[in-house]
Design a protein around this ligand. Structure first.
Ligand code: WTA
Length: 657
């Protein structure tokens, strides 16, 4: 049943809410709405109950210790994340169940059972310990393509108590260096390269470049992903003593490596994300609370069952990959699909071919991808049998109702509940989402906070806004997977999340609630853009631009983009002696890619002789956004020189922005 985009609007008008299908609700992991009340009555007892679904070496003495803004969950409890994701399953019939079904972009396929995963994780944990002397608390950087060795490396770190920091393979050498140095990694795990749309991304080359200025790094492990010829001749120079091939180092280590007994509050990982200043924030997650949160939300929101095949399309370099590709599903003993490449390679039906081939039952992706599928048309979907799907989800940015409906009709066949899940790198796991067996959904709304989560919409003064109104999204109680801070920077942690409202967590998102209390997320309220579901800081791009010798000043904004949600537009003033033209435009775009990575490439570079500023010297971003989006200008009365705006707008239109 293909429903083209034109028909969607009519459908939207007709019926805007979707109760759970009856048969789905009957069999759902959660179908009793009472759970919300029970959780709200005694949240600590509720979460403690949930945490008992994990295996603990020693039980906790206290469920929550809360000294604003620092939370400790399951105080005194001991466990190991890798044990919960791997070891406990090999003692049951899951031993021979597929844990990871991997497909390479070039069509290769590998299946690792839980036993395979157990064996490989053990061996690599031995490598970390015996070969490199990595110990509990040491930081290890992972910069890899989407191959099974990536989750294996993450789990091996967790096994021995090393703290991993995964850096998305699309980031530049410079970004990699910054992250490695910020948390002082001792080891880097990478690959010779990865495939994306048929071309090779030379990861090892970026590592070599980064490591010229990373004194803390003692060793590098390199997975051989490319063919032999490619590896040796073109992309990989192995530096003696420092660099080691993965397939070699795993040969002569012990086949078993014990799980370190970790305190509930010991660090599990650090993941960097953009903030509203130029410097990325190292979000810190610990073991017990995080694992409890991802374990439970995977089971509830994705209704995960023993026989499911769960495909989360995110890269492990983002938090979604951490929580819903690795830790959440594996803690549940689920079968996951992991795909290396692009959705349109070799053809635009690649995702649906994968769903059909492996009989995917639960599918989780981002609105930016859904909008691309919409644009490509339903003929690519129709080529494949998607009848195994029973639940579909969305994450990363607000999903527009049209995309929601298209997804529901064309991918979900009109029968699969859609879960629009709101959360952040900081929150660790999903906080606002439908429960598919309980919640009546409305296209475009993430619906309600999950049981045990207390969210609100407040005004500037922190007063709750009555239903029907909009404001800032806050969280009013600590939750198990919440960030424990910013690595090495407790002050910035307080400042960013807690300085505004004191005891309420400030998420940085705008939100409104309708008359029935449904939450509608409205996007970031700080200087963070959301480009194709990726958080990018305007300041970071501005610093990259002014780093170029030709640039005097730069102001960056996110402008509306049909597919990506937002696209980057940069307004730039050029120093004397440099020529503003298309050549410089291209050069500046490349410069940003080199400094940060391809995800930050500006769509537009607009040259101007001056930037619009207030009398106090603040750049008026709102005006720039109006110009870039071709809207009537808002209030310009505070502008120092109103002529600048008129000039800018002309310029923008001339250059076809
Ligand atoms: C946005 C990704 C609306 C939001 C898991 C948030 C969303 C930021 C949704 C976090 C959603 C994520 N609806 N907006 N369902 N999910 N966002 O850290 O602005 O990469 O603050 O985590 O993405 O992005 P992050």
């Amino acid at each position: 049943m293909a429903v083209e985009t034109q028909a969607i609007e009519a459908l939207l008008k007709e019926n805007r809410s979707f109760p759970p299908p009856e048969d789905f609700a009957q069999q759902a992991n959660l179908n009793d709405p009472e759970i919300y009340t029970r959780a709200a009555e005694d949240p600590e007892a509720f979460w403690a109950d949930v945490a008992r679904g994990l295996d603990w070496f020693r039980p906790w003495e206290q469920v929550l210790h809360w000294e604003v803004p620092f939370a400790k969950w399951f105080v005194g409890g001991k466990l190991n994340a890798c044990y919960n994701c791997v070891d406990r399953h090999v003692r049951t019939a899951r031993r021979n169940k597929a844990a990871i079904i991997w497909e390479g972009e070039n069509g290769e396929s590998r299946v690792l059972t839980y036993w395979d995963l157990y064996r490989e994780v053990n061996r690599f944990a031995s490598v970390l310990r015996e070969h490199f002397g990595i110990r509990k608390g040491d930081r290890v950087c992972i910069y890899m393509p989407m191959v099974p060795e990536l989750p294996i490396a993450m789990l091996a770190c967790a096994r021995i108590g090393a703290v991993h920091t995964v850096v998305f393979g699309g980031f530049s050498a410079e970004s990699l260096k910054e992250r490695i140095n910020d948390c002082q990694c001792r080891l880097v795990i990478t690959a010779d390269g990865g495939y994306r749309r048929g071309t090779v991304i030379p990861l090892k080359r970026s590592v070599d470049e980064a490591l010229q200025e990373c004194p803390s790094v003692e060793g590098v492990v390199v997975v051989r992903r490319l063919g032999l010829g490619l590896t040796d001749a073109t992309f990989t120079h192995m530096q003696e003593v420092r660099d080691h091939w993965w397939h070699r180092v795993i040969e002569d280590v012990s086949p078993r490596s014990d799980c370190e007994e970790m305190d509930s509050e010991d660090l599990l990982f650090i993941l960097y994300t953009s903030g509203s200043t130029g410097k990325p924030k190292g979000i810190v997650h610990t073991t017990g609370g995080y694992l409890t949160g991802v374990y439970a939300t995977t089971k509830w929101v994705f209704d995960l069952k023993e026989e499911d095949v769960f495909w989360c399309t995110a890269d492990c370099g983002w938090v979604t990959g951490h929580s819903y590709l690795v830790y959440g599903p594996l803690a549940n003993g689920a079968t996951i699909v992991m795909y290396e490449g692009a959705p349109d390679f070799p053809d635009r039906d690649r995702f649906w071919a994968i769903c059909e081939k492996y009989g995917v039952t639960v599918f989780y992706t981002a609105p930016t991808a859904i909008r691309a599928f919409m644009k490509w048309g339903t003929e690519h979907v129709e080529k494949h049998d998607l009848s195994t799907l029973r639940l579909i989800g969305s994450v990363g940015e607000p999903i527009n109702p049209e995309a929601w409906m298209w997804y529901h009709q064309n991918i979900g066949g009109g029968r699969c509940p859609v879960v629009d899940t709101w959360w952040q790198t900081e929150t660790g796991h999903i906080l606002i989402s439908p429960l598919p067996g309980i919640t009546t959904t409305r296209p475009g709304s993430a619906t309600f906070p999950l049981p045990g989560i207390e969210a609100d919409v407040v005004d500037e003064a922190g007063q709750s806004v009555p239903l029907g109104g909009g404001g800032y999204l806050v969280l009013k109680r600590p939750w198990p997977g919440m960030l424990r801070g910013l690595y090495g920077d407790p002050e910035r942690y307080r400042e960013v999340y807690w300085s505004r409202y004191g005891t309420m967590y400030f998420a940085g998102d705008g939100a409104k609630r309708d008359e029935d209390g449904y939450f509608w997320l409205l996007g970031r309220v700080d200087d963070v853009m959301n480009v194709a579901g990726h958080r990018i800081s305007t300041m970071e791009v501005e610093s990259a631009l002014v780093d170029h010798p030709a640039v005097a000043e730069a102001a960056v904004i996110g402008k509306h983009h049909e597919l990506k949600g937002q696209a980057i537009a940069a307004f730039v003033t050029v120093k004397d002696g440099f020529k503003a033209g298309t050549e410089l435009q291209d050069e500046l775009k490349e410069h940003v890619v080199k400094k940060i990575g391809a995800i930050s490439r500006p769509d537009d570079i607009i040259f101007t002789s001056e930037l619009p500023k207030t009398r106090s010297g603040k750049i008026m971003r709102r005006l720039l956004r109006d110009i870039a989006e071709g809207r009537a200008l808002g209030d310009t009365t505070t502008l120092a020189d109103p002529n600048v705006v008129a000039m800018l707008r002309e310029r923008y239109e001339e250059e076809g922005g």
